[in-house]
Design a protein around this ligand. Structure first.
Ligand SMILES: [Fe+2]
Length: 164
């Protein structure tokens, strides 16, 4: 919802479209933040013969995810809506479950992250029709960038689960 008492916004996108896009971007922010935290968790807790590879790979991935959350939140603000930013809000908005309390085996971590990147890609893709129909090019551009990253990360992680 728009903040009470906020000045009107007229950037050429209707109130309804701005609200719908901001809602979708809020879900994308929650998914991205949750996947960030799970990936950093796995960087800390990974064990086994693939330790070096996965510890490093997870670091690159959580750093990318951390850097991604700010542009998503600030796009929501540019559309005139408050950005969600609490564990409670992220928990109710995210399509991704919290990381397991007991660290899984290394390849189970990889499987969880593949599913996470695929889930974020689905969320980003679900916002596209509204953004395109509203000619919201900045959001469409942001979604395109996020889809590229998540689909590439899912492929790289999935490759670790395949036979040579
Ligand atoms: Fe570290």
């Amino acid at each position: 919802m728009a903040q009470p008492g906020a000045p009107t916004i007229n950037i050429g996108i209707s109130d309804e479209d701005r609200a719908a896009i901001a809602e979708g971007l809020g879900r994308l922010l929650a998914d991205t933040y949750t996947l960030y935290l799970t990936t950093h968790n796995f960087h800390w807790n990974v064990t086994g013969p693939m330790f070096n590879t996965l510890h490093e790979m997870f670091m690159l991935q959580y750093t990318e995810l951390w850097n991604a959350i700010d542009p998503i939140a600030e796009r929501i603000r540019s559309l005139g809506h408050p950005a969600p930013g609490s564990y409670g809000q992220f928990g109710s908005l995210s399509s991704i479950a919290d990381a397991p309390a007991t660290p899984p085996k290394a390849l189970e971590m990889v499987r969880i992250l593949v599913e996470g990147h695929e889930a974020v890609a689905r969320t980003a893709r679900s916002v596209f029709p509204t953004a395109e129909q509203a000619s919201d090019e900045p959001t469409a551009d942001l979604l395109t960038q996020r889809l590229t990253v998540h689909e590439q990360a899912a492929w790289m992680l999935r490759s670790l689960l395949e036979d040579e």
